[in-house]
Design a binder for this molecule. Sequence first.
Ligand code: FAD
Length: 318
Amino acid sequence: MAEVLVVVEASQAAGVKKVTLEMLTIARTLGSPSAVVLGGAGAAAAFAAKLGEFGAEKIYAAEGDEVDGYLVAPKATVIAELVKSVQPAAVLLGSTQEGKEIAARLAIKLDNGLLTDAVDVAADGTATQVVFAGSTIVKSKVTKGLPIVTIRPNSTTPVPAAATPAVEQLTIAVSDTDKLAKVVERVAEQKGSRPELTEAGIVVSGGRGIGNADNFKLVEELADLLGGAVGASRAAVDSGYYPHQFQVGQTGKTVSPQLYLALGISGAIQHRAGMQTSKTIVAVNKDAEAPIFELADFGVVGDLFKVVPQAAEEIRKR
Ligand code: FAD
């Protein structure tokens, strides 16, 4: 069975990200999954158990400052060389900022087609892809080279499949042009008790209707009761109600949780771009004509300052 390269998204602090486990699950329909770990010294050993748990048959490791000390260019070079030697059936990367940039560079290096924001990949390499700011779902296929596909986080449920991967260290041969942008400092995002926004199964988002920064406590409280993450519309972020790192939408993060609650959010196309593949959408808005209701599976027309505390009260009783 041909190998399928899965480019691992992980960090020492957070461990292997869920999107990696989703990619390993999807990779098994295409061939034999091999995880590619690009990181600091010891990264492959740290992640091996988790990667094996989700079916990685092999781990290719490129570790050390040559790949970890620079931005993405050396990583794309290392993967391109690996592709040339292994001739995999496909390469899967996360639809994240870094994953997409590596994928684009890789496609250029290999003169190869590229599909981004896929939510699934069939055994023949056909990707189900979300395009036009999330408004359209199409089936696409790479017509030149092998499928290089980025997978949107929360596209599928990771399914364990125990394997015992052997680790193979790669020779890192990067050029000076790969080293034009160096990492000078890493600042870890403050990790609270809530799940990471793009990986959360439940997201509770607040919009301009929340009114001010203080009122966002209402959103946080509901998110905590449901074990979810907090998101915000751009209007809420621009008004200073909530930090930009939590913005959902075209110029923010893309989320695809099981449940998305939109509180005081009108449902502008740029907001929908970041959340409309959510499995179930619930909206609370006092305006019955708000466009979010076109998208919502369940909607409450009402004042969120009355509806949300009542919902929280009911959840607390259970
Ligand atoms: P509004 O549109 O002002 O809606 C507020 C809603 O709250 C209204 O529907 C109102 O009825 C309701 N409301 C008010 N009070 C209450 C209450 N007490 N109870 C219940 N409901 C209440 N937006 C994003 O979100 N993410 C993006 O990434 C993004 N990127 C953009 C990129 C570009 C290039 C552009 C041009 C715009 C972008 N926008 C983005 C902005 C987008 O167009 C909208 O302006 C924004 O999404 C509106 O946010 P909102 O729904 O919170 O605010």
